[in-house]
Structures are given as C-alpha cells and as structure tokens.
Design a protein around this ligand. Structure first.
Ligand code: FMN
Length: 212
C-alpha cells in the first residue's frame, strides 16, 4: 500500500500535477425525477465489493452526490437530516486524479489534493476498494458541535450513518454498486484531505458500476 501511494506521489510529481492544477468540477443539474422508487431501491440494496473499471458518467456523479447530502430546499436544508441542523457531514470524493470536497450549495467538487488516494481508502486487507473508480469518504466536522464530547461524537456518527445510507440507497436506485465501510487508512486520509483533530473520519463508500 505504501509502495502504491509512493508510486502515485512520484507519478504526480513527475507529471507536475499539484492540487492547484486541479479544476473545480461543476456538477450537472441533478435529475430529481430519475431512478427507481424508494421501495424498489431498498429491495435492491446490497453490499457489492466488485466494480467495473468504467468512470462514473457525469449525471450519475451529480445525482449520487445530490442524493447523498445535497440541498433539497430553498432554505439550504439537505437530503440528509442532521442533529440540530448542524450539517456537519462533509462528503469527500476520491477520484483517480485527486481528492475533492463536495460543496452542496454550489453543487460542485472543490479540489483538495492531487494524487490517487484510493489506496488510502482501501486501507489494509481490502484491496477490492482500490478497484472502484470513485470513493466517497464521510467526515464529521466537530466544529459544528463546538465540542468533542462523547455525546456530540455519537450524534455526529448518526449524522454520518444517515448520509451513508442515502448513498447506499441512491446507488441501488441508480444502478451503482457500493459497500459502506469503516475500514480505511485514517492517517493517510487525514493528510490527503487536510483534516484537523476536529474532524472525525467515520465511513467510506467505494462506488462503481456493477461488474458484469
Ligand atoms: C458501520 C459499518 C461498517 C462496515 N465496515 C465494512 C468494512 O470495513 N468493510 C467491508 O467490506 N464491509 C463493511 N461493512 C458492510 C457490512 O459488512 C455489510 O453491510 C453486511 O455484511 C451486510 O451485508 P449487506 O450490506 O449486503 O446487507 C460495514 C457496514 C457498516 C454498517
């Protein structure tokens, strides 16, 4: 894993790609009418640990992120409820070329770091996660709670779990394969995503089209 990450760093240095070279990805307008009905999506939901290598189509990426934790009301509230409407869940998107943070209001992906961090998402012993063309990493921003008490961490974990389930159900409805995961290389992701001690890295979802 370390060798893979090291190779990625060398490759990106050799190519001269840095975070400032990555562009904001403005997402398509979400199509809120598509997809299966909720009952069908729940019926289809299951963990999948094999993925086709094909990248996600722009509309699928847009719709998935909006479903995960997008803005669904004029007052800025989200598809996922959150404790006291703290909106503490940050949705990071790991693509082969870099890590991005989902800006729900702008419905865009803002670059954070250049490089392939899918190995950091995989962690040790679950190499299948590296084969997904995209991963979502869910982080609780504890500054929204104003403290790191056990009670606040528990509520933040619930908030993350709700966004994670939005992802699981949206994937089922949109014909995508995923698995919710707690395993990951926390230290490597903390660096890649430029997180502080006030962030909790809680879950991730490798995502791709189902392997035929
Ligand atoms: C909190 C949580 C953590 C999980 N962590 C992992 C993980 O690290 N690796 C993995 O392969 N699956 C992980 N899973 C997926 C479960 O193994 C899976 O949901 C369970 O076996 C039931 O299968 P199903 O999702 O197909 O119903 C996790 C699920 C949850 C809810």
């Amino acid at each position: 894993m370390i060798r893979t990450m090291f190779s990625s760093v060398i490759l990106f240095c050799a190519l001269g790609i840095h975070a400032q070279d990555l562009k904001v990805i403005q997402l398509n307008v979400p199509d809120k009418t598509r997809g299966s009905a909720v009952m069908k999506a729940l019926s289809d939901r299951q963990s999948a640990r094999e993925y086709a290598t094909k990248s996600l189509q722009p509309q699928d990426l847009s719709d998935l992120l909006w479903a995960a934790n997008g803005v669904n009301r004029a007052d800025g509230k989200r598809t996922a409820p959150s404790c006291r409407d703290f909106q503490d869940v940050e949705v990071y998107v790991i693509l082969p070329e870099g890590a991005y943070l989902y800006d729900a209001r702008a419905h865009a992906l803002n670059p954070i770091s250049a490089g392939d961090y899918r190995g950091a998402v995989a962690g040790s012993g679950q190499d299948f996660a590296k084969t997904a063309p995209l991963s979502i990493v869910l982080v609780a921003d504890m500054t929204k709670y104003g403290n790191m008490s056990e009670g606040s961490k528990l509520m933040a974990a619930v908030d993350v779990g709700i966004v994670c389930q939005n992802i699981n159900v949206a994937c089922a409805g949109l014909g995508l394969a995923t698995v919710p995961r707690a395993s990951m290389n926390q230290a490597a992701l903390k660096t890649a995503l430029k997180l502080t001690d006030k962030h909790l890295l809680l879950m991730n979802n490798p995502i791709g089209y189902p392997k035929k």
